[in-house]
Design a protein around this ligand. Structure first.
Ligand SMILES: NC(=O)c1ccc[n+]([C@@H]2O[C@H](COP(=O)([O-])OP(=O)(O)OC[C@H]3O[C@@H](n4cnc5c(N)ncnc54)[C@H](OP(=O)(O)O)[C@@H]3O)[C@@H](O)[C@H]2O)c1
Length: 295
């Protein structure tokens, strides 16, 4: 395993396992498999609705809690100081832990400054070892890095060979904020797993396209959290520390950059509206459940 040391001195594995779109039914088995395959960084989020399963897998695995670097993220409907604090407690309860290794603000919308103050408080109380942001483009990252009391240690954003974030990376380097890639394979969009150039490079090293992509991230200094529900792929994705891409191959991969998201832009007003509607829907559902259960 290779590690990254964050601006506050906390050491984290550079390769971990993400559980976005892993169903509640499969999640416990998947996290147990990932821990068996050797992963020690697990990335979940309140909005993935599988924190409980992650928590029970960690408990069942027998791997000591302190050997695991556990990340979760606060969803925007829990932003604001008080709501965020309550949601941190809820996440820790679901994850069966009394501390988190990393807590991120999931999106740069709504009252993220209020939420950030809650993260700062938990960080200073020693209940969260590192705090960060996610999906903050350089302008939002610089805003919070400049005006918040404690600067984020991590920003988790979309990064893969078709969206390399080279300009964003320079800004993050300047502010000493570690970049972590979500969708390190771009979820395979644009036929990335059969990309002719990546396949050709892989053949040279006796490695798969997935392994070439992950190795490329590692050599760029990015933290990665690939997801797979298949044990063989988890093992394949973990097996990336025994080869090195040449400078020439790194340069070739740099030419694949399309400099645009394979998903959506957080600058798109339609998307901001979509997030607003999603929160409204979830609040309605939550209130409904409360009434049904007579809380
Ligand atoms: N902060 C955010 O807003 C945000 C957004 C998205 C994701 N994330 C985090 O980042 C993690 C990874 O991103 P992601 O899950 O969206 O996408 P990803 O890791 O780029 O890609 C996952 C996809 O690739 C397939 N795959 C995995 N390994 C493979 C291999 N060796 N060969 C062929 N196919 C393979 C998986 O299929 P199978 O599962 O069928 O193997 C799945 O369809 C998430 O799980 C989550 O923790 C964060």
């Amino acid at each position: 395993m290779e590690y990254k040391v964050l601006s506050n001195g906390v050491k984290m594995p550079q390769l971990g396992y993400g559980v976005y779109q892993v169903t509640k039914e499969e999640c416990e088995r998947c996290v147990l498999d990932a821990l068996k395959a050797g992963y020690r960084l697990i990335d979940t989020a309140q909005s993935y609705f599988n924190e409980e399963e992650v928590g029970s897998a960690i408990k069942k695995s027998g791997v000591p809690r302190e050997e695991i670097f556990l990340t979760t993220k606060v969803w925007i409907e829990n932003y604001g100081y008080d709501e965020c604090k309550a949601s941190i407690e809820e996440s820790m309860r679901k994850l069966q832990t009394d501390y988190l290794d990393l807590l991120l603000l999931h999106q740069p919308f709504a009252d993220y400054y209020g939420a950030w103050r809650a993260l700062e408080e938990y960080y200073e109380a020693g209940k969260i070892r590192a705090i960060g942001i996610s999906n903050f483009y350089p302008d939002r990252m610089i805003d919070i890095a400049t005006f918040a009391r404690i600067k984020p240690m991590i920003n988790q954003v979309e990064i893969h060979p078709y969206h390399q974030q080279e300009k964003s990376k320079k800004w993050h380097d300047k502010y000493g904020i570690q970049l972590e890639a979500w969708a390190p394979f771009g979820e395979g969009r644009g036929d990335m797993f059969t990309d002719p150039m990546l396949s050709e490079i892989g053949a040279k090293y006796g490695k798969t396209v997935a392994q070439v992509i992950l190795r490329w991230h590692l050599q760029r200094g990015i933290v990665i959290i690939p997801k797979s529900v298949h044990y063989e792929r988890m093992v394949e994705n973990f097996n990336v520390f025994d080869f090195e891409l040449s400078a020439d191959d790194m340069e070739k991969i740099a030419t694949l950059d399309k400099e645009q998201s394979a998903f959506f832009s957080h600058y798109d007003p339609n998307m901001v509206e979509w997030f607003g509607k999603m929160v409204e829907e979830r609040r309605k559902q939550h209130d409904c459940t409360k009434e049904e259960k007579n809380w």
